[in-house]
Design a protein around this ligand. Structure first.
Ligand SMILES: *Cc1c(COP(=O)(O)O)cnc(C)c1O
Length: 396
Protein backbone atom coordinates (compact mmCIF):
# COMPACT_ATOMS: atom_id res chain seq x y z
CA UNK A 1 0.00 0.00 0.00
CA UNK A 2 2.80 2.39 0.94
CA UNK A 3 4.74 2.17 -2.32
CA UNK A 4 1.51 2.31 -4.33
CA UNK A 5 0.53 5.59 -2.71
CA UNK A 6 4.01 7.05 -3.08
CA UNK A 7 4.29 6.06 -6.75
CA UNK A 8 0.86 7.47 -7.51
CA UNK A 9 1.53 10.70 -5.60
CA UNK A 10 4.84 11.24 -7.39
CA UNK A 11 3.00 11.06 -10.72
CA UNK A 12 0.14 13.43 -9.99
CA UNK A 13 1.18 15.96 -7.35
CA UNK A 14 3.26 19.03 -8.25
CA UNK A 15 6.88 18.47 -7.32
CA UNK A 16 7.12 21.37 -4.89
CA UNK A 17 8.14 19.28 -1.88
CA UNK A 18 10.88 16.85 -1.01
CA UNK A 19 8.92 14.21 0.84
CA UNK A 20 10.16 11.46 3.12
CA UNK A 21 9.04 8.02 1.90
CA UNK A 22 6.42 7.36 4.55
CA UNK A 23 2.63 7.68 4.39
CA UNK A 24 1.11 9.09 7.57
CA UNK A 25 -2.33 7.72 8.29
CA UNK A 26 -3.31 8.88 11.77
CA UNK A 27 -2.25 10.77 14.85
CA UNK A 28 -3.06 11.01 18.54
CA UNK A 29 -1.42 13.48 20.88
CA UNK A 30 2.30 13.59 20.04
CA UNK A 31 2.29 10.27 18.16
CA UNK A 32 1.82 9.67 14.43
CA UNK A 33 1.38 6.33 12.68
CA UNK A 34 2.32 5.39 9.13
CA UNK A 35 0.67 2.97 6.71
CA UNK A 36 2.83 0.12 8.01
CA UNK A 37 1.56 0.74 11.53
CA UNK A 38 4.88 2.20 12.70
CA UNK A 39 4.66 4.86 15.40
CA UNK A 40 6.65 8.10 15.44
CA UNK A 41 6.99 10.73 18.13
CA UNK A 42 6.26 14.01 16.42
CA UNK A 43 8.76 16.83 17.03
CA UNK A 44 7.59 18.71 13.93
CA UNK A 45 3.86 19.20 14.65
CA UNK A 46 3.13 19.99 11.00
CA UNK A 47 5.77 22.76 11.20
CA UNK A 48 4.72 24.44 14.44
CA UNK A 49 1.03 23.98 13.67
CA UNK A 50 -0.44 21.22 15.85
CA UNK A 51 0.30 22.83 19.22
CA UNK A 52 -2.34 20.72 20.99
CA UNK A 53 -1.11 17.55 19.30
CA UNK A 54 -3.18 15.44 16.95
CA UNK A 55 -6.88 14.60 17.30
CA UNK A 56 -7.42 16.62 20.48
CA UNK A 57 -10.90 15.45 21.60
CA UNK A 58 -12.08 18.98 22.44
CA UNK A 59 -11.16 20.32 19.01
CA UNK A 60 -12.66 17.29 17.25
CA UNK A 61 -15.90 17.80 19.18
CA UNK A 62 -16.10 21.51 18.34
CA UNK A 63 -15.39 20.78 14.68
CA UNK A 64 -18.03 18.05 14.40
CA UNK A 65 -20.61 20.18 16.23
CA UNK A 66 -20.06 23.10 13.85
CA UNK A 67 -19.97 20.79 10.80
CA UNK A 68 -23.48 19.63 11.64
CA UNK A 69 -24.65 23.23 11.99
CA UNK A 70 -22.98 25.26 9.23
CA UNK A 71 -19.76 25.11 7.17
CA UNK A 72 -19.74 28.36 5.32
CA UNK A 73 -21.81 31.39 4.38
CA UNK A 74 -19.36 34.04 3.07
CA UNK A 75 -18.59 37.35 4.67
CA UNK A 76 -21.80 38.87 3.35
CA UNK A 77 -23.27 37.88 6.74
CA UNK A 78 -22.35 37.80 10.42
CA UNK A 79 -21.56 34.53 12.17
CA UNK A 80 -21.02 33.76 15.85
CA UNK A 81 -17.78 31.71 15.63
CA UNK A 82 -15.95 34.41 13.65
CA UNK A 83 -17.18 37.09 16.06
CA UNK A 84 -16.13 35.09 19.11
CA UNK A 85 -12.68 34.26 17.74
CA UNK A 86 -12.03 37.89 16.80
CA UNK A 87 -13.05 39.07 20.27
CA UNK A 88 -10.86 36.44 21.90
CA UNK A 89 -7.87 37.63 19.87
CA UNK A 90 -8.63 41.28 20.62
CA UNK A 91 -9.06 40.56 24.35
CA UNK A 92 -5.79 38.67 24.51
CA UNK A 93 -3.51 40.91 22.44
CA UNK A 94 -2.54 44.54 21.78
CA UNK A 95 -4.97 44.65 18.85
CA UNK A 96 -8.44 46.14 18.37
CA UNK A 97 -9.46 44.48 15.11
CA UNK A 98 -8.86 41.28 13.18
CA UNK A 99 -8.94 40.44 9.47
CA UNK A 100 -9.30 36.72 8.76
CA UNK A 101 -7.84 34.84 5.81
CA UNK A 102 -6.60 31.29 5.13
CA UNK A 103 -2.82 31.15 5.44
CA UNK A 104 0.27 32.88 6.67
CA UNK A 105 1.18 34.34 3.31
CA UNK A 106 -2.29 35.81 3.01
CA UNK A 107 -2.07 37.33 6.47
CA UNK A 108 1.20 39.01 5.45
CA UNK A 109 -0.38 40.16 2.19
CA UNK A 110 -3.11 41.83 4.24
CA UNK A 111 -0.50 43.47 6.48
CA UNK A 112 1.47 44.79 3.50
CA UNK A 113 -1.67 46.16 1.85
CA UNK A 114 -2.85 47.75 5.09
CA UNK A 115 0.49 49.47 5.76
CA UNK A 116 0.45 51.05 2.30
CA UNK A 117 -3.23 52.00 2.46
CA UNK A 118 -2.79 53.57 5.89
CA UNK A 119 -0.25 56.08 4.58
CA UNK A 120 -2.02 56.49 1.25
CA UNK A 121 -5.18 57.54 3.15
CA UNK A 122 -3.10 60.06 5.10
CA UNK A 123 -2.05 61.62 1.81
CA UNK A 124 1.46 60.17 1.99
CA UNK A 125 1.33 58.01 -1.14
CA UNK A 126 5.10 58.02 -1.52
CA UNK A 127 5.45 56.33 1.84
CA UNK A 128 5.02 52.81 0.49
CA UNK A 129 8.27 50.88 1.04
CA UNK A 130 8.67 48.17 3.65
CA UNK A 131 11.95 47.22 5.30
CA UNK A 132 12.26 43.48 5.89
CA UNK A 133 15.11 41.36 7.20
CA UNK A 134 17.73 39.24 5.53
CA UNK A 135 17.11 35.50 6.10
CA UNK A 136 13.43 36.24 6.79
CA UNK A 137 10.51 34.14 5.59
CA UNK A 138 7.09 35.64 4.95
CA UNK A 139 5.45 33.28 2.45
CA UNK A 140 5.30 32.15 -1.17
CA UNK A 141 2.88 34.56 -2.86
CA UNK A 142 4.42 37.22 -5.11
CA UNK A 143 4.22 39.96 -2.48
CA UNK A 144 5.40 37.81 0.41
CA UNK A 145 8.28 36.24 -1.48
CA UNK A 146 9.26 39.76 -2.47
CA UNK A 147 9.32 40.55 1.26
CA UNK A 148 11.38 37.43 1.99
CA UNK A 149 15.11 37.98 2.40
CA UNK A 150 16.26 34.64 1.00
CA UNK A 151 17.59 34.37 -2.54
CA UNK A 152 16.49 30.73 -2.93
CA UNK A 153 12.82 31.64 -2.35
CA UNK A 154 12.84 34.45 -4.95
CA UNK A 155 14.99 32.83 -7.62
CA UNK A 156 13.27 32.24 -10.96
CA UNK A 157 10.26 34.39 -10.08
CA UNK A 158 11.76 37.76 -10.97
CA UNK A 159 10.80 40.47 -11.35
CA UNK A 160 9.82 40.44 -7.69
CA UNK A 161 7.53 43.19 -6.44
CA UNK A 162 9.06 46.59 -5.96
CA UNK A 163 8.80 48.18 -2.53
CA UNK A 164 10.93 46.05 -0.22
CA UNK A 165 14.32 46.86 1.27
CA UNK A 166 16.44 44.52 3.34
CA UNK A 167 18.73 44.88 6.33
CA UNK A 168 20.47 42.26 8.47
CA UNK A 169 18.44 40.94 11.42
CA UNK A 170 19.76 42.08 14.79
CA UNK A 171 21.55 45.13 13.37
CA UNK A 172 19.88 48.21 14.79
CA UNK A 173 22.13 50.73 13.04
CA UNK A 174 21.57 49.11 9.63
CA UNK A 175 17.83 49.53 10.17
CA UNK A 176 18.15 53.12 11.32
CA UNK A 177 20.13 54.15 8.27
CA UNK A 178 17.82 52.34 5.82
CA UNK A 179 14.71 54.29 6.84
CA UNK A 180 13.82 57.25 4.64
CA UNK A 181 10.79 59.30 3.64
CA UNK A 182 9.43 56.47 1.49
CA UNK A 183 9.46 53.87 4.30
CA UNK A 184 6.03 52.95 5.64
CA UNK A 185 6.79 49.93 7.82
CA UNK A 186 9.25 47.44 9.22
CA UNK A 187 8.26 43.79 8.77
CA UNK A 188 10.01 41.34 11.06
CA UNK A 189 9.71 37.93 12.69
CA UNK A 190 10.53 38.39 16.40
CA UNK A 191 12.40 35.10 16.10
CA UNK A 192 13.34 34.00 12.59
CA UNK A 193 11.92 30.50 12.21
CA UNK A 194 12.74 29.28 8.70
CA UNK A 195 15.92 31.36 8.70
CA UNK A 196 17.38 29.10 11.37
CA UNK A 197 15.70 29.86 14.73
CA UNK A 198 17.61 33.16 14.91
CA UNK A 199 16.89 34.98 18.16
CA UNK A 200 17.25 38.75 18.60
CA UNK A 201 19.64 40.29 21.10
CA UNK A 202 17.76 41.17 24.31
CA UNK A 203 17.33 44.89 23.51
CA UNK A 204 17.11 44.67 19.72
CA UNK A 205 13.32 44.57 19.28
CA UNK A 206 12.89 47.42 21.79
CA UNK A 207 15.28 49.38 19.61
CA UNK A 208 13.27 48.52 16.50
CA UNK A 209 10.09 49.70 18.24
CA UNK A 210 11.75 52.97 19.22
CA UNK A 211 13.08 53.60 15.70
CA UNK A 212 9.60 52.99 14.22
CA UNK A 213 8.06 55.39 16.76
CA UNK A 214 10.60 58.10 16.00
CA UNK A 215 10.13 57.71 12.24
CA UNK A 216 6.32 57.45 12.71
CA UNK A 217 6.18 54.24 10.68
CA UNK A 218 4.44 50.95 11.40
CA UNK A 219 5.98 47.91 13.05
CA UNK A 220 4.65 44.63 11.67
CA UNK A 221 5.41 41.41 13.54
CA UNK A 222 5.10 38.19 11.57
CA UNK A 223 4.14 35.84 14.41
CA UNK A 224 2.90 33.13 12.09
CA UNK A 225 5.43 30.68 13.56
CA UNK A 226 6.15 32.29 16.95
CA UNK A 227 2.55 32.98 17.99
CA UNK A 228 -0.05 30.92 19.85
CA UNK A 229 2.20 29.82 22.71
CA UNK A 230 5.13 28.52 20.70
CA UNK A 231 7.70 30.66 22.53
CA UNK A 232 6.30 30.23 26.05
CA UNK A 233 3.93 33.23 25.86
CA UNK A 234 0.72 33.51 23.86
CA UNK A 235 2.52 35.90 21.50
CA UNK A 236 6.27 36.18 21.16
CA UNK A 237 6.23 40.00 21.51
CA UNK A 238 5.28 39.50 25.17
CA UNK A 239 8.78 38.12 25.75
CA UNK A 240 10.32 41.46 24.79
CA UNK A 241 8.17 44.03 26.59
CA UNK A 242 6.97 45.76 23.42
CA UNK A 243 3.96 45.66 21.12
CA UNK A 244 3.77 45.80 17.31
CA UNK A 245 1.23 47.89 15.35
CA UNK A 246 0.25 44.98 13.12
CA UNK A 247 0.66 41.25 13.79
CA UNK A 248 0.09 38.29 11.52
CA UNK A 249 -0.90 34.82 12.71
CA UNK A 250 -1.59 31.50 11.00
CA UNK A 251 0.07 28.11 11.57
CA UNK A 252 -1.10 27.06 15.07
CA UNK A 253 -4.18 29.28 15.24
CA UNK A 254 -6.54 26.41 14.38
CA UNK A 255 -4.17 23.52 15.23
CA UNK A 256 -4.04 22.29 11.64
CA UNK A 257 -7.07 23.75 9.89
CA UNK A 258 -6.28 26.49 7.39
CA UNK A 259 -6.57 29.97 8.86
CA UNK A 260 -4.67 33.23 8.86
CA UNK A 261 -5.27 36.45 10.73
CA UNK A 262 -4.01 40.00 10.63
CA UNK A 263 -4.44 41.96 13.86
CA UNK A 264 -4.03 45.69 14.32
CA UNK A 265 -4.97 48.80 16.28
CA UNK A 266 -8.12 50.79 15.62
CA UNK A 267 -6.57 53.88 13.98
CA UNK A 268 -4.65 51.69 11.50
CA UNK A 269 -7.55 49.30 10.89
CA UNK A 270 -9.58 52.29 9.71
CA UNK A 271 -7.65 52.21 6.42
CA UNK A 272 -9.54 49.03 5.49
CA UNK A 273 -13.11 49.87 4.45
CA UNK A 274 -15.69 47.75 2.61
CA UNK A 275 -14.11 46.70 -0.67
CA UNK A 276 -10.47 47.33 0.38
CA UNK A 277 -9.68 43.68 0.93
CA UNK A 278 -11.43 40.36 1.35
CA UNK A 279 -11.38 36.58 1.29
CA UNK A 280 -14.09 34.06 0.41
CA UNK A 281 -13.12 31.57 3.08
CA UNK A 282 -11.63 34.03 5.56
CA UNK A 283 -13.04 33.42 9.03
CA UNK A 284 -15.57 30.88 7.82
CA UNK A 285 -17.65 29.29 10.63
CA UNK A 286 -16.27 25.75 10.41
CA UNK A 287 -12.67 26.92 10.83
CA UNK A 288 -13.24 29.68 13.38
CA UNK A 289 -15.37 27.40 15.58
CA UNK A 290 -12.47 24.94 15.74
CA UNK A 291 -9.95 27.73 16.28
CA UNK A 292 -12.02 29.20 19.09
CA UNK A 293 -11.90 25.85 20.89
CA UNK A 294 -8.13 25.65 20.24
CA UNK A 295 -7.47 29.01 21.90
CA UNK A 296 -9.79 28.22 24.80
CA UNK A 297 -7.97 24.95 25.44
CA UNK A 298 -4.60 26.73 25.29
CA UNK A 299 -5.70 28.82 28.28
CA UNK A 300 -8.04 26.41 30.11
CA UNK A 301 -5.58 23.52 30.10
CA UNK A 302 -2.61 25.79 30.90
CA UNK A 303 -0.86 24.56 27.76
CA UNK A 304 1.32 27.64 27.26
CA UNK A 305 2.89 27.57 30.73
CA UNK A 306 3.38 23.83 30.46
CA UNK A 307 5.06 24.27 27.07
CA UNK A 308 7.32 27.02 28.41
CA UNK A 309 8.58 24.81 31.24
CA UNK A 310 8.98 21.84 28.93
CA UNK A 311 10.88 24.07 26.53
CA UNK A 312 13.31 25.09 29.28
CA UNK A 313 13.88 21.43 30.10
CA UNK A 314 14.32 20.54 26.40
CA UNK A 315 16.87 23.32 25.91
CA UNK A 316 18.85 22.19 28.97
CA UNK A 317 18.94 18.67 27.55
CA UNK A 318 20.13 19.94 24.14
CA UNK A 319 22.87 21.95 25.88
CA UNK A 320 23.83 18.76 27.72
CA UNK A 321 24.05 17.02 24.34
CA UNK A 322 26.17 19.85 22.94
CA UNK A 323 28.68 19.41 25.77
CA UNK A 324 29.04 15.75 24.82
CA UNK A 325 29.49 16.13 21.05
CA UNK A 326 31.89 18.33 19.16
CA UNK A 327 29.75 18.21 15.99
CA UNK A 328 27.12 20.35 17.74
CA UNK A 329 27.89 24.04 17.28
CA UNK A 330 25.05 25.90 18.93
CA UNK A 331 21.70 25.50 20.73
CA UNK A 332 19.19 28.34 20.52
CA UNK A 333 15.55 29.37 20.74
CA UNK A 334 12.93 29.86 23.43
CA UNK A 335 9.89 27.91 24.50
CA UNK A 336 9.34 25.05 22.11
CA UNK A 337 10.92 26.76 19.13
CA UNK A 338 14.41 25.32 19.45
CA UNK A 339 17.28 25.02 17.00
CA UNK A 340 20.56 23.15 17.09
CA UNK A 341 23.28 23.98 14.60
CA UNK A 342 25.48 21.03 13.70
CA UNK A 343 28.63 20.40 11.66
CA UNK A 344 27.23 17.34 9.88
CA UNK A 345 24.53 16.95 7.21
CA UNK A 346 21.21 17.67 8.94
CA UNK A 347 19.09 15.64 6.52
CA UNK A 348 21.04 12.50 7.43
CA UNK A 349 20.27 13.07 11.11
CA UNK A 350 16.59 13.61 10.30
CA UNK A 351 16.46 10.32 8.34
CA UNK A 352 18.29 8.40 11.05
CA UNK A 353 15.87 9.75 13.68
CA UNK A 354 12.94 8.72 11.51
CA UNK A 355 14.28 5.17 11.38
CA UNK A 356 14.31 5.21 15.18
CA UNK A 357 10.72 6.53 15.37
CA UNK A 358 11.23 10.28 15.81
CA UNK A 359 10.17 13.01 13.40
CA UNK A 360 12.42 16.06 13.56
CA UNK A 361 13.05 18.85 11.07
CA UNK A 362 16.12 20.38 9.44
CA UNK A 363 16.39 23.90 8.03
CA UNK A 364 19.14 25.68 6.12
CA UNK A 365 20.96 22.36 5.66
CA UNK A 366 22.52 22.04 9.10
CA UNK A 367 20.14 23.41 11.72
CA UNK A 368 17.92 20.86 13.42
CA UNK A 369 14.64 22.44 14.45
CA UNK A 370 12.52 21.08 17.30
CA UNK A 371 8.92 22.33 17.21
CA UNK A 372 6.83 19.59 18.86
CA UNK A 373 3.25 19.95 20.08
CA UNK A 374 3.29 22.09 23.24
CA UNK A 375 1.94 19.06 25.12
CA UNK A 376 5.11 17.02 24.53
CA UNK A 377 6.27 15.07 27.62
CA UNK A 378 9.69 15.01 29.29
CA UNK A 379 9.90 11.26 28.74
CA UNK A 380 9.42 11.78 24.99
CA UNK A 381 12.16 14.43 25.01
CA UNK A 382 14.45 12.09 26.94
CA UNK A 383 13.88 9.31 24.38
CA UNK A 384 14.76 11.65 21.51
CA UNK A 385 17.88 12.85 23.35
CA UNK A 386 19.00 9.27 23.86
CA UNK A 387 18.54 8.65 20.14
CA UNK A 388 20.47 11.82 19.20
CA UNK A 389 23.23 10.99 21.70
CA UNK A 390 23.70 7.58 20.05
CA UNK A 391 23.60 9.06 16.54
CA UNK A 392 26.18 11.77 17.21
CA UNK A 393 28.29 9.21 19.07
CA UNK A 394 28.26 6.93 16.02
CA UNK A 395 29.18 9.75 13.62
CA UNK A 396 32.04 10.93 15.80
C1 LIG B 1 4.99 29.48 7.66
C2 LIG B 1 5.28 30.91 7.67
C3 LIG B 1 4.71 31.80 6.73
C4 LIG B 1 3.85 31.32 5.58
O1 LIG B 1 2.68 30.71 6.00
P1 LIG B 1 1.79 29.87 4.93
O2 LIG B 1 0.58 29.49 5.72
O3 LIG B 1 2.61 28.72 4.48
O4 LIG B 1 1.48 30.80 3.82
C5 LIG B 1 4.99 33.15 6.84
N1 LIG B 1 5.79 33.61 7.82
C6 LIG B 1 6.34 32.80 8.73
C7 LIG B 1 7.20 33.38 9.81
C8 LIG B 1 6.13 31.43 8.69
O5 LIG B 1 6.72 30.62 9.58
Amino acid sequence: MKSEIINKADKVIAKTYNRFPIVITKGKGCTLWDSDGRAYTDFVAGIAVCNLGHAHPGVVKALVKQAELLFHVSNLYYTLPQTELASWLVNNSFADRVFFCNSGAEANEAAIKLARKYFSDKGEKGRCRIIAMEKSFHGRTMATLSATGQEKIRKGFEPVLNGFDFVPFNDIEALRSKINSSTCAVLIEPIQGEGGVCCPDPEYLKGVRQICDEAKILLIFDEIQTGMGRTGKLFCYENFGIEPDIMTLAKALANGLPIGAMLTREHIAEAFVPGSHGSTFGGTPIITAASLEVVRILIKENVINYGRKTGEYFKQRLLWLKDRHESIIDVRGIGLLLGMKIKIDGDKVVKACMDKGFLINCIQGNILRFIPPLIIGKDEIDSLLECLDDLFGDVE
